[in-house]
Design a protein. Structure first.
Length: 138
């Protein structure tokens, strides 16, 4: 972000804090995530754009030489082979700024994270319902 700019309150402010060429890349990434997860809530978390739907889906951030994309460790593990050309960490991947973003891969990762979070929520609801029935039947 530009120096002297405070902590962004929303994703628009976050993106506006970068030079125009980086803003374009961030806007394309944002739109890809929004199209893939239209029900996700946009938030700022850890001073980065994040998307939340039954928990955090993904984060992203612009760095000096790359775009950091953070789909949690499960998102990295599931797409490990396809992410092999990029530098990855336990829950992160770096997309170099001098290369086009792999938008279809990003969309598939976001879609995977949506389905993963929905499944976790459904399992939690079933578990709570089961516990409630067990308490009533005692």
């Amino acid at each position: 972000m530009k120096s002297g700019v405070g902590i962004p309150k929303n994703i628009d402010e976050y993106i506006a804090g970068f030079p125009k060429d980086i803003q374009e890349v961030l806007s394309i990434l944002r739109e890809t995530i929004r199209k893939t997860a239209p029900d996700a809530q946009e938030i700022i978390s850890y001073q980065m754009p994040a998307y939340k739907l039954n928990g955090i889906l993904v984060y992203f951030a612009a760095m000096t030489n790359h775009i950091g994309f953070y789909p949690t460790s499960s998102g990295i593990e599931k797409f490990q082979k396809e992410l092999s050309p990029y530098k990855t960490g336990r829950g992160s991947v770096q997309f170099p700024l001098n290369q086009p973003l792999p938008l279809s891969l990003i969309a598939r990762i976001v879609s995977f994270r949506v389905s993963e979070n929905v499944a976790k929520k459904e399992a939690k609801v079933k578990s709570l319902q089961k516990n409630k029935v067990q308490k009533i039947s005692k």
